[in-house]
Design a binder for this molecule. Structure first.
Ligand SMILES: Cc1ncc(COP(=O)(O)O)c(C=O)c1O
Length: 388
């Protein structure tokens, strides 16, 4: 690798920058996960996670990336051939859908332009049309990391309730948990899927299911094959503070530290910080005269901003130049939007000057790559940050 002086700017929308405190917590001798002290750590972590998911129910921790927790959510609650309603919002909802299909579920998709979130009215219409109530679950990505669009989860919950449909509600919060307001219990979510490498400020490697009573009851009847992902073995072992297999011990030390940091800052302040950085970023984009990917003002993500490129200009070329010249990593466009946009991650352990450095890198990149834009995006963001 080429030598680079100074700090790399990792501003993809996850994995995010891991704070020193978390790195230090991970950097210690591994302990016996069947020893007498281990349950203290496990109980403390599960209690802390409950506060972040805003649930009084169980939170299950897997040694896996987010994809594993997706699979756990489906296999623990559903049976082969079950119908699942999955609004398409972007690349990640499409991947979750294709997993569901490969598992033998009958997916009903709701297509979209990848510039809007899941539409509560469409969910309501599909469920209302399901007179035999054969749809077993509605699965939604809260924050579509590929498009920078946040779906309105409470409104989708209300849509499900309006038609009195008994479908389970599964929500992916991989790029929203601990960044954007989220409430598992209050919003009536049955399974919340999350990962370690975004708002939780950890390296990749852990993922989570928060589980409602209804989901636990569904798990008793669900017939999809599952072994590693089975909740039952986990819940049983967790009760006494252990795992049924070897957990990622050192990541759990990191998780304990990350949870302490979130508590010290206060979740409401964490959400407000993300909202403020997102607003500053959007002001920069508008001042550059570039277009934001989300089309509905109510659905702008607070954890990342997806910026569309002017016609004829390739986002990947711009990103490559910015990485090469300024050592700043930005997120690439995924799936069918490839090359059309770049994504600025502003989630996790982050502050005003990190955002200014990021936006300076983007603005210099736009100039160096000859992408048509107006100067002044960074200044617009700085003005907002200074005044707010
Ligand atoms: C919203 C969302 N869902 C699912 C995933 C897949 O998670 P992982 O790559 O950790 O398996 C990602 C990854 O970025 C994501 O952003």
């Amino acid at each position: 690798m080429t030598f680079r002086s100074g700090r790399h700017f990792l501003q993809i929308p996850g994995p995010t920058n891991v704070p020193d405190r978390v790195l230090r917590a991970i950097d210690r001798p591994t302990v016996d996960h069947r020893g007498p002290d281990f349950p203290v750590l496990v109980h403390e972590i599960i209690d802390g996670l409950r506060r972040v998911f805003r649930t009084s129910g169980p939170v299950i921790i897997f040694s896996a990336s987010g994809t594993g927790a997706w699979e756990a959510a489906l296999t623990n609650t559903l049976s082969p051939g079950d119908r699942v309603l999955m609004p398409e919002t972007g690349h990640f909802s499409s991947l979750w859908r294709s997993m569901a299909e490969r598992l033998g579920l009958a997916v009903e998709s709701i297509p979209s332009d990848w510039r809007h979130g899941a539409k509560p009215s469409e969910v309501e219409a599909r469920l209302a049309a399901d007179s035999g109530q054969r749809i077993r679950a509605v699965a939604v990505v809260h924050n579509e990391t590929s498009t920078g669009v946040t779906s309105r989860v409470p409104e989708i919950r209300s849509a499900i309730d309006r038609v009195k449909h008994p479908a389970l509600f599964l929500v992916d919060t991989i790029s929203s948990l601990a960044s954007i307001d989220y409430r598992h219990d209050e919003w009536g979510v049955d399974v919340t899927v999350a990962g370690s490498q975004k708002g939780l400020m950890l390296p990749p490697g852990l993922s989570f299911n928060a589980v409602s009573g209804r989901a636990l009851a569904a798990a008793k009847k669900a017939q999809l094959a599952r072994t590693y992902w089975d909740w039952q073995a986990m819940l049983q072992a967790n009760e006494s503070g252990y795992f049924p297999y070897t957990p990622s011990t050192n990541l759990l030390f990191g998780l304990r530290e990350a949870l302490s940091m979130l508590e010290e800052e206060g979740l409401e302040n964490v959400f407000a910080r993300h909202a403020r950085h997102a607003e500053a970023t959007r002001r920069a984009v508008r001042a550059w005269g570039l277009e934001l990917n989300p089309l509905d003002e109510r659905e702008h993500s607070n954890s990342l901003t997806a910026v569309r490129m002017p016609e004829g200009h390739d986002a990947d070329r711009l990103r490559a130049l910015i990485l090469d010249r300024f050592d700043l990593s930005l997120g690439q466009a995924l799936g069918k939007q490839k090359g059309q946009l770049f994504r600025i991650g502003h989630l996790g352990s982050f502050n005003d000057l990190m955002l200014c450095g990021t936006l300076a890198g983007v603005e210099m990149g736009l100039l160096a790559a000859g992408v048509p834009h107006r100067a002044g995006g960074l200044s617009a963001a700085m003005e907002y940050l200074a005044a707010s």
